[in-house]
Design a protein. Structure first.
Length: 261
């Protein structure tokens, strides 16, 4: 039996601006994802699992014709409420459709690009969802997927530290969800090989980009939070550059590809 929260509002999701490394990660993930979708006047773009609609609005502001597909009635209502007045002043308003990711109500090849940012690990049928995204994308268009990496350098270091703490030092396990634990509302624990394998069934990959490094490690989060702003940004950019060269260690991986014909 399929169980889905149609009133999901993301109130349990980590806020995007609580720490410097969080703010940097989420902004870079957005920049890379939307950059690969290349919103521009005349382009039709679908935002799958569009949530509160901030990415759909940003792409519409570039002049693209954007459709946001989201099953949660609460988030779709919020997106309409907050997007309409903003978009009216800056450009076209996205169109909002209530839809499942694995049963998209659109014709074959009707979009120039499809975006799914930070959502596919919430899907109970991710393979079918990617197939659907590929189906509604033009043969020369791109599907762009941004996915949290639970085999990142930060997750590996946090796991090792906890093994040391609980094994050698005999300390009790920490309370609550740990940095590397997959949240309860995720169906899939993604790492780079699984991302490539699953996306590669339906897409010819043209880009695999790592975003950010060391996000969520307590010592790093505290340190970068206390540094002068210019120094913190320099270090964050340096680690992000390293993540681009080693996506398997990155906090987030962004993949793009054209539909397999």
């Amino acid at each position: 039996m399929r169980v889905v929260d149609l009133d999901r509002d993301m109130s349990d999701v980590i806020p995007t601006g609580t720490t410097r490394d969080s703010e940097y990660l989420f902004q870079r993930m957005t920049d890379v994802t939307l950059g690969l979708a290349a919103p521009a006047p005349g382009r039709r773009i679908l935002d799958v699992a569009s949530g509160f609609g901030q990415d759909a609005v940003a792409m519409a502001e570039s002049g693209a014709e954007v459709v946001g597909a989201e099953p949660s009635q609460r988030m779709s209502a919020w997106a309409r409420l907050h997007a309409d007045p903003k978009s009216a002043a800056t450009g076209p308003t996205p169109r909002w459709v209530r839809a499942w990711s694995d049963a998209l109500p659109f014709a074959d090849g009707c979009f120039d690009a499809v975006v799914c940012k930070g959502a596919i690990d919430h899907f109970d049928r991710p393979d079918t969802a990617i197939a659907e995204m590929a189906r509604v994308t033009r043969s020369d268009g791109h599907v762009v997927l941004a996915i949290a990496n639970f085999d990142s350098l930060a997750c590996r270091l946090a796991r090792s530290a906890d093994r040391l703490r609980e094994g050698l030092l005999r300390r009790p396990p920490r309370r609550g969800r740990r940095h590397y634990d997959v949240p309860a509302d995720h169906f899939t624990r993604y790492e780079l090989d699984l991302m490539r394998e699953q996306a590669g069934r339906h897409l010819k990959l043209t880009a695999v980009r790592g975003v950010s490094l060391a996000w969520g490690l307590p010592v790093w989060t505290r340190s970068v939070g206390h540094l002068p702003g210019f120094l913190a940004q320099g270090l964050l950019r340096s680690l992000d550059a390293a993540a681009r060269r080693a996506p398997g260690l990155a906090d987030v991986v962004v993949l793009a590809g054209t539909p397999v014909v």
